[in-house]
Design a protein around this ligand. Sequence first.
Ligand SMILES: *Cc1c(COP(=O)(O)O)cnc(C)c1O
Length: 403
Amino acid sequence: MAHSRSAGRQRPIPFIRPNPPRLSTLTPELAAIEDSGIFSNYGPVNARFEDRVASTVFESKGDCVTVANATIGLMLAIKQAVGWKPRGRFALMPSFTFAATAHAALWCGLTPLLCDIDPETWLPDAAAEDALLKQYGSDIAVILPNATFGNCLDLDRYARLSDAYGIPLVIDAAASMGSLDANDKAFGIDSRFPLVFSLHATKAFATSEGGLIYCADRDLIATLRAMGNFGFGEPRCATMPGLNSKLSETTALLGLTKLKDFEAIAEHRDDLYERYRTLLPDFTFQRMTGNRTAHQFVPVLVPERMAGNVQQATAGLERCGIGSGRYFVPHIAQQPYFQQTCTAADLTVTDTIARRVIALPISDSMTVEDVGHVSDIFRQVCGPRPVSRRAGRSELATVEAGR
Ligand SMILES: *Cc1c(COP(=O)(O)O)cnc(C)c1O
């Protein structure tokens, strides 16, 4: 009775519904791993997975190495980029990113230098980055942009910046596996700087825990591979910084299996996203810079009058059985640990977007009808006309009575 009539027919729609390949259907492949006696250490299944990603996704332009997760992949790539004794102390990154980006830099002994984002693409703001590079110069040890929500960064511009300032670059492309650039190529293809992708269960390319680093520079990937195996440049002998970032054969099997239907999954998710955009024309979405995005969820801005009061929309959706989330809220500069460890520049746009952003659900099993349902409810809980905070409650009650 608390729900509208259409909601009554609807199954609940969780915010994220992870869909990794079903291990229970891969018994022969699991038995083959057991028979091989090789369970990790860049084994044969892992090698097949890496080869297939390099050849099918990145058209054999370079190599990739798997990692246990993207966070540890970022740690490796940053460490390799800045060297054993970093020249500068800062890692230039947006505040509008996941905690992992800042943590990885901090584990490398660097101080995240947090910059603002572009109001439309939500990618790191070019003018803000330019200003900080001018101000801090060689005190910046690495440039660490995040390809926000799978959106494509202008990597040519970053290559020019890196060359102009002599500062290395690592790209946090955690949510980008499956994203296509403006030329319909995999985002990052041919990049001489490493891109770190996540294969976490909640990402579009869902396994369980896992990550992958791609780079056109094969030597760089070989170095990262050795770093990820305790820095063993020679048999059981550390010749460089190292840790253990290796992916198990079982997870590599999940990745290999995921590759089979991933094109269809990425297309389906992009279709659902486009449906949201069509059904919510008066809402603000991220401006996409590529031809396809590997959507993990659907971030959208609530109307300005609801800024700072997004929980009203969240609660309204929840009462209709629809999950939602808030990314990246709180952003880095708003989190207590990072407030003590990072340096923040002006973050006006980040603050504004963080006050208004809500993420709507997308999943492999959702249909365009589901998107219609979520959009209807979302539009209702956001209200067709200005509502005062006090009136908000009764307005919602009306919505849910099936007005
Ligand atoms: C998911 C995500 C990560 C972390 O990936 P893990 O594989 O879970 O370590 C890092 N950065 C961004 C931007 C992400 O979205």
